[in-house]
Design a protein around this ligand. Structure first.
Ligand code: NDP
Length: 521
């Protein structure tokens, strides 16, 4: 029987069974608990909400240009919404092309006047200051990320915000050592960087983009996604708090066409984009024939490969983290699971058991594992692809969890009997949906894993180091994790190839993308 149809009592029993198995005890309970043989403790979590009040929202946010908040020339505003409740959070300025022009002009002047010629050791001080302020305001930013983006607070608190601060710490350290990082290459800043970021990691993507740009001596105009503009606008306040010279960082908000106007602006020297492959291609076409430096971090359809000698407990957690972290709205999510045939049945059973323990709901609750889908369009896309998976004959499994009555939520989902050609095995779903396939030999695993238009990330689970090295050399992915998944570190370059884009963010590679070293960079 599918657990999707299981009654809540059965689900609780499953959870209790899992928990008792985890602590290595039997399932029988002390008689003092008043339970008969075979009965389980009814396990419910008490609500554990993080205090929303730590975030003080204004009713309206203008553009951040030249160190000041300004009204958009359009006189128009759009609303950003809490995806967990569908309630409005604030009104956001809709920039015009003239606003973009002004922001780029301001960034150019700040580059010429202050930032481009400031000694690296001075730039570093600002970056260190920003990192420290992000840490000091970490709780506020964590709540903000969950409010505006729908992600569980434990993820924004433990992953997004600390990693964002870590990027500023890391690149602050390089700001005065560029000549050592790239010896004999006379590294120089490029000028004005136009940066367009998506909604899945609003603060972290901002940090990935702004930290290396500033460390290298560039100034920035950044456009956040329309469904998650708040963290960038709060970051504007961090810049003010850090006394960053006016115009070094500028934030403009508005629809995709404003993003396009920004990257096409003739006075922009460098473009960095993270988002969908469709938009990445459009930007690539728009910039063809110009001298602008370009990095594109686009979609993915990562293979997570489990060999029969893998550490199974770790692998189960790695698979869960790989696809249900951030509701699966992750470009490098391990959305295709390849399990060696000899262990496929028990592995899938254990995966289903583990799936049924995931808690879906209020992103601000500290016990929530899977929060809200970021926006209604994304939820519709997930629903459409899940329907397509069923229509194409794959078997669906969803645990019996209750979804909140309001907000955009989707059950963690797992498909078995998935054909390689199926849409759910080929297209980026960007949701909590895992497609499970099997393989017999390492060669077959490689063949199937590489059978995708994308090439961003992959995972390999095996106890044999030699097999890891062999697989890594054959998998066509920019990042391959071994016996782990979704690990990020500012020192480590990240990026893809094929339809996942080009260029690297993080590490020295990420710094190089913002420098002219006279040899094509
Ligand atoms: P988009 O690629 O449309 O959006 C990413 C960013 O680009 C946003 O700031 C967006 O602005 C902006 N943008 C949109 N159109 C243009 C354009 N023509 N020129 C320049 N900038 C533009 O992603 P979506 O939000 O529409 O998501 C669609 C799909 O993309 C998802 O289902 C997922 O598959 C994939 N995706 C991949 C991401 C990744 O990390 N690789 C991140 C997000 C999505 P605005 O928000 O105002 O539209």
């Amino acid at each position: 029987m599918s657990a999707r149809k299981a009654a809540p009592g059965q689900r609780r029993a499953l959870i209790a069974r899992q928990r008792s198995a985890e602590v290595g005890r039997g399932t029988s309970m002390p008689s003092s608990w008043g339970l008969g043989d075979g009965q389980q403790i009814p396990w419910e979590y008490a609500p554990a909400p993080e205090a929303r009040e730590i975030v003080q929202l204004k009713s309206r946010y203008g553009l951040f240009v030249g160190g000041k908040e300004i009204a958009p020339r359009s006189g128009q505003w759009f609303t950003t919404v809490d995806p967990a409740t569908e309630e409005p959070l604030a009104e956001i300025a809709r920039a015009t092309v003239q606003d973009v022009d002004q922001a780029v002009g301001v960034a150019r002047r700040a580059f010429r006047r202050d930032w481009g010629s400031l000694p690296g050791s001075e730039r570093a001080k600002y970056l260190f200051r920003i990192a420290r302020i992000l840490q000091e305001r970490s709780r506020e930013f964590a709540v903000l990320e969950s409010l505006d983006g729908g992600k569980p607070i434990k993820e924004s608190r433990d992953v997004d915000v600390p990693l964002a601060a870590a990027h500023f710490w890391y690149y602050a350290g390089w700001a005065d050592k560029l000549e050592y990082a790239f010896p004999n290459r006379d590294p120089q800043p490029l000028g004005v960087a136009a940066q367009v970021i998506p909604w899945n990691f609003p603060l972290l993507m901002l940090a990935w983009k702004i930290a290396p740009a500033l460390a290298a001596g560039n100034t920035v105009v950044l456009k956040p996604a329309s469904s998650t503009p708040l963290s960038a606008l709060f970051f504007a306040d961090v810049c003010r708090q850090a006394d960053l010279p006016a115009g070094v960082v500028n934030i403009i908000t508005g629809p995709g066409e404003i993003g396009l106007a920004l990257v096409k602006h003739p006075d922009v020297d460098k473009v960095a984009f993270t988002g969908s492959t469709v938009v990445g291609k459009e930007i690539g076409r728009a910039l063809a024939g110009t001298n602008k430096a370009l990095t594109l971090e686009l979609g993915g359809k990562a293979a997570n490969i489990i060999f029969d000698d893998a550490p199974i407990d770790q692998a189960i957690e790695g698979v869960i983290n790989g696809i249900y972290f951030n509701q699966g709205e992750v470009c490098c999510a391990g959305s295709r699971l390849f399990v060696q045939e000899s262990i496929a049945d028990p592995f899938i059973e254990r995966l289903k058991d583990r799936l049924s323990t995931l808690r879906v709901g209020d992103p601000l609750d500290k016990n929530t594992d899977v929060g809200a889908i970021n926006n209604a369009a994304q939820l519709a896309k997930i629903e459409e692809l899940v329907e397509a998976g069923q229509a194409e004959g794959a078997d669906i499994y969803q645990p019996a969890c209750e979804l909140p009555a309001r907000g955009w939520f989707f059950r963690p989902t797992l498909f078995t009997n998935v054909a390689q050609s199926s849409r759910i095995a080929q297209e980026e779903i960007f949701g909590p949906v895992l497609s499970v396939l099997t393989f017999r030999t390492p060669a077959e695993a490689v063949e199937k894993a590489n059978n995708t238009a994308y090439g961003l990330s992959a995972g390999v689970w095996t106890e044999k180091g030699s097999r890891i090295l062999n697989m890594v050399s054959q998998l066509r992915a920019g990042v391959v994790w071994a016996n782990t998944f979704n690990r990020f570190d500012p020192t480590s370059p990240f990026g893809g190839y094929k339809e996942s884009g080009f260029g690297r963010e993080g590490g020295l590679h990420g710094l190089l993308a913002y420098l002219d070293t006279g040899d094509g960079h």
